[in-house]
Design a protein around this ligand. Structure first.
Ligand code: ZN
Length: 450
């Protein structure tokens, strides 16, 4: 009996699926339209809610003759999912297959409100994992890697993504959310070459290692870090900081529990996140008018699944503010790319009429060598005026330069965002360190009026 390797691709093959990944934009669009026509029919005839909402809007899947026609169909959002789940428990009536065909559900992390379930058929699950393998491949992961998956497995759709690495042939360590000391032990003992976690945890873990006398660059073998869940991975200054700490390359991924574990990710050129366009159709819309924005402009990400049969998602408003490009990437892939998530519609602060996201502040904080990189935005109301205070931490114990820091940082912030904010310089280690998702905004305005 001969041994069959898990992945038959040569390690130096640039693509997981060359014909698909490098096809022309016209070919992508033709493929999307064909998949979309089939998927809308499936949703309409098998999911009661889609049939009702399309009928109410006076549209029918037969009317979809171009990608632009999709704009005639109604959008849905997280509130819709929650309401339909309550109306037709336990999974909601956006589900389009009998329960006997469902083999897996994840539940959203539920940072606001009740969690919603995301069901998969066996075929949905297999296609998803095949996509995860393709994405890992595009970020340079190979069968020779030892990959420690450090995301939560409990109900979280990020958990099974590890199977993509396994399908690719990498030795996969299902680490999950271990305590930091234990995870560092595993990384050191097994000499893992790649991990996946959140940006703030990658930062925290690197600092913890150093505090424990472990030099990540010398004592650990991690050379690739995949990150998701926060804007940091697409902020060059944050990525550079984590890369310097670890001596590793950082790749930003984007996922959504209501669709896939990861739906877009950075290739080795690291110039935006490539979308899984054979699985998901992407629209970027002006949140106020619902009209598509031009390439490069910021708008709300609206997603439509193309294959996921258990629960089709037709025009799902994510609440994430992104910008995108369809220019060819240096890597040769032709799928559209987004330049990270600038913020959540919910996190967008409007200070004296100016929009500002925590990620705008993060880029400045990470670029200043006199700061630790931690920060927090505090908003309160004085009289009838909103007031923004940005808390930053100096790197050194000496407070002699605080006044100069306030002046310099406040000036940069005003220049970049147009917002005048109070700057508060804190001693190093004052702000809470995140072990999962960092909370960067404290809005005290609600309490003022409570
Ligand atoms: Zn690329």
């Amino acid at each position: 009996m001969t041994h069959q390797p898990a992945s038959a691709r040569a390690d130096d093959a640039p693509y997981w699926d060359a014909a698909l990944e490098t096809q022309s934009r016209e070919a992508w669009q033709a493929q999307t339209l064909a998949l979309l026509q089939r998927h809308l029919q499936h949703a309409y005839y098998n999911a009661p809610w889609y049939r009702a909402s399309f009928d109410a809007a006076g549209v029918h899947p037969d009317q979809l003759r171009s990608l632009d026609d999709l704009r005639r169909f109604p959008t849905i959002d997280k509130r819709t999912l929650r309401a339909r789940q309550d109306a037709a428990p336990p999974w909601g009536d956006l589900v389009a297959v009998p329960e006997r065909d469902i083999v897996y559900i994840s539940a959203s992390s539920g940072s606001t409100g009740a969690p919603t379930a995301s069901p998969f058929t066996a075929q949905d699950f297999d296609e998803w994992i095949d996509y995860e393998a393709r994405q890992f491949w595009s970020s340079g992961l190979r069968a020779t890697d030892r990959y420690a998956h450090s995301l939560n497995f409990s109900l979280f759709v990020g958990g099974p993504c590890v199977l993509g690495a396994q399908k690719l042939g990498a030795l996969s360590i299902h680490a999950g959310t271990l305590p930091s000391e234990r995870l560092l032990f595993i990384l050191r003992q097994f000499q893992a070459t790649a991990i996946w976690t959140t940006p703030s945890y990658a930062w925290y873990l690197g600092e913890t290692a150093i505090r424990e006398g472990i030099d990540p660059k010398r004592d650990l073998a991690v050379r690739r870090i995949f990150v998701a869940g926060e804007p940091g991975g697409s902020i060059p200054e944050t990525r550079a900081g984590i890369e310097a700490l670890w001596g590793a390359s950082v790749y930003d991924y984007y996922g959504l529990s209501d669709i896939f574990g990861s739906c877009a990710g950075m290739c080795e050129a690291k110039d935006g996140l490539h979308w899984a366009e054979d699985h998901i159709h992407v629209e970027v819309l002006d949140p106020a008018t619902q009209a598509p924005v031009r390439e490069g402009e910021r708008g709300e990400l609206v997603l439509t699944t193309l294959r996921k049969s258990a629960r089709p998602m037709i025009r799902f408003r994510t609440g994430d503010i992104v910008s995108f490009t369809s220019e060819p990437c240096r890597c040769g892939r032709t799928s559209i790319r987004m330049h990270g998530v600038h913020g959540r519609l919910d996190d967008m602060l409007i200070i004296k009429g100016v929009n500002i996201f925590p990620s705008d502040v993060e880029a400045l904080v990470r670029a200043d060598a006199d700061l630790t990189g931690e920060y927090r935005l505090v908003v309160d109301r004085v009289g009838h005026l909103d007031r923004l205070t940005v808390q930053i931490e100096r790197r050194h114990d000496d407070n002699g330069l605080d006044a100069a820091l306030v002046h310099r940082f406040g000036g940069h912030l005003k220049a970049v965002t147009g917002v005048s904010a109070g700057i508060e310089v804190l001693a190093p280690g004052t702000l809470p360190r995140a072990t999962h998702k960092a909370k960067r905004v404290e809005d005290r305005r609600a309490h003022v009026w409570a």
